[in-house]
Design a binder for this molecule. Structure first.
Ligand code: AHR
Length: 490
C-alpha cells in the first residue's frame, strides 16, 4: 500500500467552482442541434433550447459557460445576432466547416441558455476583426441600465433589464486564429480594447486577456509585464493530443501505448500551470490575476464520415481519465487557477453530451464532472504523496493522481485517478483527526476503449465503490486499473 497523507488542518486555498466551467462555440453541432433546435422544432425545447440537454447539464451544477468562441469569437459581429430571427444576417462560418450561420442563436438566446442552466455567462469579444467601438457597444448593450442607444435597442429587442455579466474575454487565441499577433502588439491592443469595455452601474467586469498557447511562456511574460495591471485574468489553452497536431489519432481504436501517451500528456498540464504561474508570480505575487484555462480537453481526428470542420469525436474511458487528471491538477493549483472551461459542451471535441436528432447520450467525461462536482467551492486540502510509478517501455510516469477538499459541513472528498491500464493501486490515506464513514463512486471498464453509444448509452457509467474502508484515521482503498474514484468521508 502506498502512503498518502492528507493535511486535515487549515485548507490550502479555495477551489473556485469556476474550475468546473464549460465552453460552447458556434462550431459544428455544438450550438445548433446540440443546444439550440429553434422554437418550432419537434424536439422538446424551451424558447428554442433543448430540454433534454439542459436537464442533463443542470445535474452538473455548471458554474459558468464561455461563448461564442473560440476562433469564431474573433469573426463574430454581435449585431448580426439580435432582432427578429428571420431578418438576421446569414453568414459563412469560415473557420468551422464553411457552413451557413443564420445567427438564430445570439446574445439574447445565450443569456436565456445561462438562465436555464443557472450558470454565469462568460462572453468572449472580438479583437481580431472587430472594432473597439463594436466591443464597447456590446458591453453597453448587455449591461447598461438606463437610457442609452444600446440599452434602448436592447429594450426594443424585448429585454428591458440589463443582464449581469462578469466574465468578459478580450479576444481569443490572438497569437493564432484571433489575429496572428505578436504578444507586444496584442498587449497594447488589449489595453486599448479593455478601456472601453466599461463597468456600468454595479456591473463590474472581470476582464480576461487572451493568453498563451500551451508552453509559450514568452507570451505570458510579455502580457503580464505590459498589461498585467489592466487584467483580472489571463487565459491559457492546452489540448491533450495523442500523436501530434499534424498527425492526430482517432478517439476509438487506440492501444495501450497510446493510452499511456495520453496519460502522460494530460499530466503535462501540471508543468504548464507551474511554469506560467511562476511568471505570473513575478508580476503579481498577490495572485490577484487568475490563470483562466478556458480551453482544455482531448483533440482527436473527427469520427469517420463526419464533417472534418465539425470536430465531432467519440469519448471513451480514456477521456474520463483525462478529465479526472486535469480537474485534480486544476484543484491542486487553485490559488492561481481561477477558472477552467472544458472544450466543448456538446458534440464537439471532449464533449459532455452527444446528440443525434432527438437522441442524447452522456459521455464518460460527463460522469467525471458529475462525480467531481462535490469539490466545488470547497477548501483544498494539501496532500503529501509520492505516487507509485506507471512504467511503459522505457518511460515512467506517476500511476495515481489525487486531490482532496473539505466542504463547509466538514465532509471530506478525495478524487483519485489510477492511470495504469493494467495494475490496481493500493493506497493507505492518513487523515489525522478525521472521523466518519466512507463511501465512493467508481467509473471504470474492462475495455479501455469502452464508450457510450445511442444503442448502449450506459456502457460506461458510475457505480458505487466498495473498495474503501476507514479505520483509526486511515482510509484504505484499492483502485482498479484505468479508473476514476471519488471518495466521501462523512
Ligand atoms: O475548441 C476549438 C478551437 O480550439 C477554438 O475555436 C480555438 O480557440 C482553439 O484553437
Amino acid at each position: 500500500m502506498t502512503a498518502v497523507k492528507i493535511n486535515t488542518g487549515e485548507g490550502a486555498s479555495r477551489i473556485s467552482r469556476h474550475l468546473y466551467g464549460h465552453f460552447a462555440e458556434h462550431l459544428g453541432r455544438c450550438i445548433y442541434e446540440g443546444l439550440w433546435v429553434g422554437k418550432d422544432s419537434p424536439i422538446p425545447n424551451t424558447d428554442g433550447i433543448r430540454d433534454d440537454v439542459v436537464a442533463a447539464l443542470k445535474k452538473l451544477d455548471i458554474p459558468v459557460l464561455r461563448w461564442p468562441g473560440g476562433c469564431f469569437a474573433d469573426e463574430y459581429h454581435w449585431k448580426d445576432g439580435i432582432g427578429r430571427p428571420e431578418s438576421r444576417k446569414r453568414m459563412i462560418n469560415t473557420h468551422w466547416g464553411g457552413v451557413v450561420e443564420n445567427n438564430h442563436f445570439g446574445t439574447h438566446e445565450f443569456f436565456r441558455l445561462c438562465e436555464l442552466l443557472e450558470c454565469e455567462p462568460y462572453i468572449c469579444g472580438n479583437v481580431g476583426s472587430g472594432t473597439v467601438q463594436e466591443m464597447s457597444e456590446w458591453v453597453e448593450y448587455m449591461t447598461f441600465d438606463g437610457e442609452s442607444p444600446m440599452a434602448n435597442w436592447r429594450a426594443v429587442n424585448g429585454r428591458e433589464e440589463p443582464w449581469k455579466l462578469k466574465y468578459f474575454g478580450v479576444g481569443n487565441e490572438n497569437w493564432g486564429c484571433g489575429g496572428n499577433m505578436r504578444p507586444e502588439y496584442y498587449a497594447d491592443l488589449y489595453r486599448r480594447y479593455q478601456t472601453y469595455a466599461r463597468n456600468y452601474g454595479d456591473n463590474k467586469l472581470y476582464r480576461i486577456a487572451g493568453g498563451a498557447n500551451v508552453d509559450d511562456y514568452n507570451w505570458t511574460e510579455v502580457l503580464m509585464r505590459e498589461a498585467g495591471r489592466f487584467m483580472d485574468g489571463l487565459s491559457l489553452h492546452s489540448y491533450t493530443i495523442p500523436g501530434s497536431w499534424e498527425e492526430k489519432r482517432y478517439a476509438l481504436g487506440f492501444d495501450t501505448a497510446e493510452w499511456f501517451e495520453t496519460m502522460k500528456k494530460s499530466l503535462h498540464m501540471d508543468e504548464l500551470i507551474t511554469r506560467h504561474s511562476a511568471i505570473m508570480d513575478k508580476y503579481d505575487p498577490e495572485k490577484r490575476v487568475g490563470l483562466i484555462i478556458d480551453e482544455w480537453g482531448t483533440w482527436f481526428l473527427t469520427e469517420p464520415g463526419t464533417n472534418p470542420g465539425f470536430l465531432y469525436q467519440q469519448n471513451t474511458l480514456r477521456d474520463a481519465l483525462v478529465a479526472g487528471i486535469h480537474l485534480n491538477i486544476f484543484q491542486n493549483h487553485s490559488s492561481r487557477v481561477h477558472m477552467a472551461n472544458l472544450a466543448q459542451m456538446v458534440n464537439v471535441l471532449q464533449a459532455l453530451i452527444l446528440t443525434e436528432g432527438e437522441q442524447m447520450l452522456l459521455t464518460p467525461t460527463y460522469h467525471v464532472f458529475e462525480m467531481y462536482k462535490v469539490h466545488q467551492d470547497n477548501e483544498l486540502l494539501a496532500i503529501d504523496f509520492t505516487s507509485p510509478g506507471y512504467a511503459y517501455g522505457e518511460e515512467l510516469i506517476p500511476q495515481v493522481s489525487v486531490s482532496a477538499s473539505r466542504d463547509e459541513a466538514g465532509i471530506i472528498y478525495i478524487s483519485l485517478c489510477n492511470m495504469s491500464h493494467a495494475d490496481e493501486a493500493g493506497l493507505a490515506i492518513e487523515l489525522a483527526g478525521a472521523a466518519g464513514e466512507v463511501s465512493g463512486k467508481l467509473l471504470t471498464h474492462s475495455d479501455l476503449n469502452a464508450h457510450n453509444t445511442f444503442g448502449q448509452p450506459e456502457a460506461v457509467a458510475p457505480v458505487a465503490f466498495g473498495g474503501a474502508s476507514f479505520k483509526d484515521g486511515v482510509l484504505e482503498c484499492r483502485l482498479p486499473p484505468a479508473s476514476v474514484v471519488v471518495l466521501t468521508l462523512r
